[in-house]
Design a protein around this ligand. Structure first.
Ligand code: GLC
Length: 595
C-alpha cells in the first residue's frame, strides 16, 4: 500500500482526490516517513492503556488488584489491541494518595506483589509486543520515605531537611504558614511540626496531601536520585516514564505569594523556567538507552496541566520530554466548536517543535467519560462541586463511542483509561465511608474525589466481585462495585456485537493495521469538500483516503458518495450519519491507493 498522499487542488469531495492533504508535497513526504512505526518513535502513534493496579484484576483474592492479576489478564489486553501499558505507581507506599505517595521506588508495594513479579510482568508483556510505562512522581515523596523520616528526626537547618521545604512560620510566634499558596487537594499547603519537647516547630510544604512532602529540586541529591530511578526502571525493560505533576517541581526559593496575573515563568510554584534543565537531564538518560534492542527509544511523557499551550509545548522540545497529556482536549465540552478549537490549538502548539499530540478522554483523576458526556455541562474542572448532577447515561455512552473513534483517528498517540473500553460509568453513589481520595476528604466532600472512576473492573458473572477476584474468593473489593454491573462485564460484552468493548476492539484493530492512523498527515474537511460537513461536523482526512466524520448537529446527513464505510460508532440510519456518531470512511477511488 502506498503511504504517500498526493496534493490536489480540486475541492469537491465527489472527486476523491480532493481529500489528499493540502500541505505541500515536500512536507507530507517528511511526515510520511513517520508513518512506519519505528522502534525509536513508538510513542508518536501507539495506543497506550492505563492500568490502576489496585482496580484492574486481583490475583490473590484479597479484594485489591495486583500484578499477578495483570499478568493473568495480559491476553485480554493483547486481544484488545493496545501497544503499551502505563501503570500508575506500583511502588511501596502507604497509599495515602493511591500510590502517588512513594516510600521506595525500588520496591513494589506488597499489596501489589514484589519486584520479581514486576520484572516478570514487564517481560511477559514484551513477549506479546506490549511496552511498559511506569509512573515517576518527582514533585514529592511519601512522608514514610526514608528521606522525610530522616528530615523529621533532624534539626532545623540540617542537611536532611534541605531536601525538602522546611521553613519557619510567619508572624510573631511563627504560627502563620510561610505562604498562602492554594493546595491541589484543597485545605492547607503547609503543615507545622511539633518539636520533641512539645513546642511548635517548623512548617513543611506539600502542594498535595501532608503525606506528600514536596522535594527541593535545587538539591543535587534530589536530581541525582531521580536520574538513578529512571535507570533502575529502564534497566528492567521499561520503555517509558510518565512524569507526575511535571510542571510543579521547582519553587521560587524566596517563597513569594502568587501574583494576581503571573506572567510566563513568574508563578512561584508552577511552570518555572528551571524545570527545563531538569528534563534535559532526564532526556539525556533516556537517550543512553535509545538504541538498545529490542525496546528502542525510551519515552518521557509529561503530566502537564498548563492553560498556555505554548508554555506546555516548550516541555516537548527535542531535548526534553517526548510527549505530554493533552488535557485541553480532555476537559472540553462535547461541542464541535470546542473540540475543533482544541485540536487546532494543540496541533499548532506541537507543530513547530515536531512533537506528536496525545489524545486522552479520561484517566484516574477525572469523571468517567460516559458520565461526563451525559451532562448538560460536559466540561471537566477539579474542585468544582460535581455531586448530584443529572446525567443521561445513554446519551453519554453514545457520545463516548463517537469520541473514541474521533480520538483514535486524530494524529498522535492514544491513551485509554482502564474500563473506558467497557463504557463504565462514574460510580457516583459510593458510600462516603468507603471513599479514600484525599481530594474528597480535604474538600469536605465539595469535590466528590476520584474514587468513582477507580472502582474495580467487572470481568464476568452476575454479581460482585464480577470475576475481579479469583474464583471462590469472597473478600470485599476495596471499593464496592455497583450490584448491576453484570451488563458491563468483559464476558457479557464479548458476546454482544454492539458493545463498547467490541467497538474498541474493531477500532484498535484498524488503528494497528492502517498506516493512515496514528502519527501522520491530517487535514480538516469543510462544507466546500462535502455539503454535509458544516460547522457542526468534525470531518478530517488522513493519508490514503481515510476520513473520519463526527456529527455534533442534531440532524442526520448523507456521507460522501464513493466512500466505503469502515466503522461507525452507532449504526447509520437510512444511510445517513445520525447525531453524536462518528464514521470512518475510505474513499474508494483515492488515487494514492494501490490495493
Ligand atoms: C497527579 C496524579 C494524581 C495525584 C497527584 C499527586 O495529578 O495523576 O492522581 O493525586 O498527581 O501526585
Amino acid at each position: 500500500m502506498s503511504r504517500t498522499v498526493e496534493h490536489h487542488k480540486t475541492t469537491a469531495v465527489d472527486s476523491p482526490e480532493a481529500l489528499g492533504a493540502e500541505t505541500p508535497e515536500a512536507s507530507i513526504d517528511a511526515l510520511g516517513t513517520l508513518l512506519t512505526p519505528s522502534a525509536n518513535s513508538w510513542w508518536r502513534g501507539d495506543t497506550i492503556y492505563q492500568i490502576y493496579p489496585r482496580s484492574f484484576a486481583d490475583g490473590n483474592g484479597d479484594g485489591t488488584g495486583d500484578l499477578r492479576g495483570v499478568r493473568q489478564r495480559l491476553p485480554y489486553l493483547k486481544e484488545l489491541g493496545i501497544n503499551a501499558i502505563w501503570y500508575t505507581p506500583w511502588y511501596e507506599s502507604p497509599l495515602a494518595d493511591g500510590g502517588y505517595d512513594v516510600a521506595d521506588y525500588r520496591r513494589i508495594d506488597p499489596a501489589f506483589g514484589d519486584l520479581a513479579e514486576a520484572e516478570a510482568l514487564i517481560q511477559d508483556a514484551l513477549a506479546l509486543g506490549i511496552r511498559t510505562i511506569v509512573d515517576v512522581v518527582p514533585n514529592h515523596v511519601s512522608a514514610a520515605h526514608r528521606w522525610f523520616q530522616q528530615a523529621l528526626a533532624a534539626e532545623p537547618g540540617s542537611p536532611e531537611r534541605a531536601r525538602f521545604w522546611f521553613h519557619p512560620g510567619l508572624g510573631e510566634n511563627g504560627d502563620q504558614p510561610p505562604t498562602h499558596w492554594p493546595n491541589n487537594f484543597a485545605g492547607p499547603t503547609w503543615t507545622r511540626l511539633t518539636n520533641e519537647d512539645g513546642t511548635p516547630g517548623e512548617w513543611y510544604l506539600h502542594l498535595f496531601d501532608p503525606e506528600q512532602p514536596d522535594l527541593n529540586w535545587s538539591h543535587p541529591e534530589v536530581v541525582q536520585e531521580h536520574e538513578d530511578i529512571l535507570r533502575f526502571w529502564f534497566d528492567r525493560g521499561v520503555a517509558g516514564i510518565r512524569i507526575d505533576s511535571a510542571a510543579l517541581l521547582v519553587k521560587d526559593p524566596a517563597l513569594p505569594e502568587i501574583p494576581e496575573n503571573p506572567g510566563p515563568g513568574e508563578h512561584p510554584n508552577t511552570d518555572r523556567d528551571e524545570l527545563h534543565t531538569i528534563y534535559r537531564g532526564w532526556r539525556r538518560v533516556a537517550e543512553e538507552y535509545r538504541d538498545r534492542a529490542p525496546l528502542g527509544g525510551r519515552a518521557l511523557i509529561g503530566e502537564i496541566w498548563l492553560p498556555d499551550a505554548e508554555r506546555f509545548a516548550a516541555y516537548l522540545r527535542p531535548d526534553e520530554m517526548h510527549t505530554a497529556f493533552n488535557f485541553d482536549f480532555m476537559t472540553r465540552q462535547w461541542k464541535a466548536e470546542e473540540l475543533r478549537a482544541s485540536i487546532d490549538l494543540m496541533r499548532d502548539a506541537h507543530a513547530p517543535i515536531g512533537a506528536p499530540c496525545t489524545w486522552v478522554l479520561s484517566n484516574h483523576d477525572v469523571t468517567r467519560v460516559v458520565t461526563r458526556y451525559g451532562r448538560e455541562d460536559s466540561s471537566f474542572e477539579f474542585l468544582k462541586k460535581r455531586r448530584g448532577i443529572p446525567t443521561d447515561l445513554a446519551l453519554g455512552t453514545r457520545r463516548a463511542r463517537a469520541a473514541a473513534l474521533l480520538t483514535a483517528a486524530l494524529p498522535g498517540s492514544l491513551y485509554i483509561w482502564q474500563g473506558d473500553e467497557l463504557g463504565l460509568p462514574e460510580v457516583e453513589d459510593l458510600p462516603d465511608e468507603e471513599r479514600q481520595d484525599p481530594m474528597y476528604h480535604r474538600s469536605n466532600g465539595v469535590d466528590p474525589g476520584r474514587d468513582g472512576c477507580r472502582v474495580p473492573l467487572p470481568w464476568s458473572g452476575q454479581e460482585p466481585p464480577f470475576g475481579f477476584e479469583p474464583e471462590g474468593s469472597t473478600a470485599p473489593t476495596w471499593l464496592s462495585q455497583p450490584a448491576d454491573w453484570n451488563t458491563y462485564t468483559v464476558e457479557a460484552q464479548r458476546k454482544d456485537p454492539g458493545s463498547m468493548l467490541n467497538l474498541y476492539r474493531r477500532m484498535l484493530e484498524f488503528r494497528e493495521r492502517d498506516a493512515a492512523l496514528g502519527d501522520g498527515p491530517f487535514r480538516w474537511l469543510t462544507a466546500s469538500d462535502h455539503a454535509g460537513f458544516g460547522p457542526e461536523v468534525l470531518a478530517f482526512a488522513r493519508a490514503d483516503g481515510f476520513i473520519s466524520v463526527t456529527n455534533f448537529s442534531g440532524e442526520p446527513f448523507a456521507l460522501p458518495e464513493r466512500a466505503q464505510l469502515l466503522l461507525s460508532s452507532s449504526p447509520l440510519e437510512g444511510g445517513l450519519l445520525p447525531a453524536d456518531t462518528t464514521a470512518w470512511l475510505r474513499l474508494t477511488q483515492h488515487p494514492s491507493r494501490t490495493n
